[in-house]
Design a protein around this ligand. Structure first.
Ligand SMILES: Nc1nc2c(ncn2[C@@H]2O[C@H](COP(=O)(O)OP(=O)(O)OP(=O)(O)O)[C@@H](O)[C@H]2O)c(=O)[nH]1
Ligand SMILES: [Mg+2]
Length: 311
């Protein structure tokens, strides 16, 4: 499956919600207050956030008032343009330096957001690109967590450093870094235990992991990504703010965008934090983790109308 097809298929539900609203007004001679409310509601329900939704609706209302021939289709295009502008700077590529010591990427986030699977999928993709990667199974909190990452590593033939259940996660991170260094790896990907951003003791544990890593390499971790479940909507924003404050994030991964109509949450999170979105999750297979592309995202949620070309 091509990359755009993956986006389109994954974002299908999110697209339907918006499309329904716009479809009901395209074809109509013009927009009326009723249809504008319908569009507004669809943006709110998809979790694009208050600011973005208001900006879009204000622009549509203004154009509707001042342009004689302004139709539903024009409203859709205007919304797309504004979202494109809002998402400027949200794409990012993981570039690893060629230095002799490995870089470190910490994958953090609340329980069940998709950290462990993202670690495995990313390691798999980087390996396919010829990068040398080692995984650190630093979720020592849950007995099954190490096993989960280990079974991915076995299946995808990835190198992994594990600690025993209940071990100090910072110590496992330290070991993983040491292994990465002695084996000449480019990147150490650290899987961490899920934690609620409001639990101070668990947040302190993350800070400790960072301190311990910095004893080996003062610029580690070079990458700290928050993995956010895209289907939890604006909840993700509250989490992201706290994790960013306490740990200093460098980027985001937004998972589970397949199967949710709340695909707009990534826009509100980006708008607020201005952290690049490195990857998005569009399903459970390794290939469903895709570098975020604004163009593919917008093309998926605003499919070209008939006669406009496109897929
Ligand atoms: N549909 C879908 N499922 C996903 C995606 N990403 C992760 N999952 C699933 O979400 C579930 C939780 O993923 P994990 O990677 O275990 O999440 P985690 O953050 O490591 O969870 P904890 O370690 O318990 O905090 C798994 O069943 C994954 O297969 C995605 O993009 N789409
Ligand atoms: Mg996990």
């Amino acid at each position: 499956m091509g990359i755009f097809s993956r986006f389109k298929k994954g974002l299908q539900k999110g697209a339907q919600a918006l499309q329904g609203a716009f479809d009901s007004v395209t074809g109509k001679g013009g927009l009326d207050e009723d249809s504008l409310l319908q569009i507004e509601e669809a943006f709110y329900e998809s979790d694009f956030g208050v600011e973005t939704t208001e900006e879009i609706l204000d622009s549509i209302r203004e154009a509707h008032r001042t342009e004689k021939e302004f139709k539903g289709e024009d409203a859709r295009k205007l919304a797309r343009t504004i979202l494109g502008r809002t998402l400027e700077g949200s794409e990012a590529e993981l570039n690893l330096s060629q230095s002799s010591s490995p870089e470190v990427l910490c994958m953090i986030g609340v329980n069940g957001s998709g950290k462990t699977t993202t670690c495995a999928k990313l390691a798999h993709q980087l390996k396919a690109e010829g990068k040398e990667v080692v995984l650190g199974a630093c979720d020592t909190f849950r007995a099954a967590a190490t096993e989960q990452l280990k079974s991915w590593a076995d299946r995808l033939d990835l190198e992994i450093v594990v600690g025993h259940h209940g071990a100090d996660s910072a110590a496992v991170a330290f070991d993983a870094y040491s292994a990465g260094e002695s084996r000449g790896k480019n990147l150490v990907i650290i899987d961490t235990a899920g934690r609620l951003h409001v639990k101070d003791n668990l947040m302190d544990e993350l800070a400790k992991m960072k301190r311990v890593l910095q004893k080996r390499n003062e610029s580690a971790p070079q990458h700290s990504w928050l993995v956010v479940d895209g289907s939890t909507g604006t909840n993700g924003l509250a989490q992201a703010k706290v994790f960013h404050e306490k740990f200093g994030l460098t980027g985001l991964v937004v998972t589970k965008l397949d199967g949710t109509a709340k695909g707009g949450a990534l826009v509100s999170i980006f708008r607020e934090l201005k952290l690049p979105i490195y990857f998005i999750g569009l399903g459970e297979s390794p290939e469903d983790l895709q570098p975020f592309s604004v163009e593919y995202y917008l093309d998926s949620i605003f499919p070209a109308a008939e006669g406009e070309g496109g897929e």
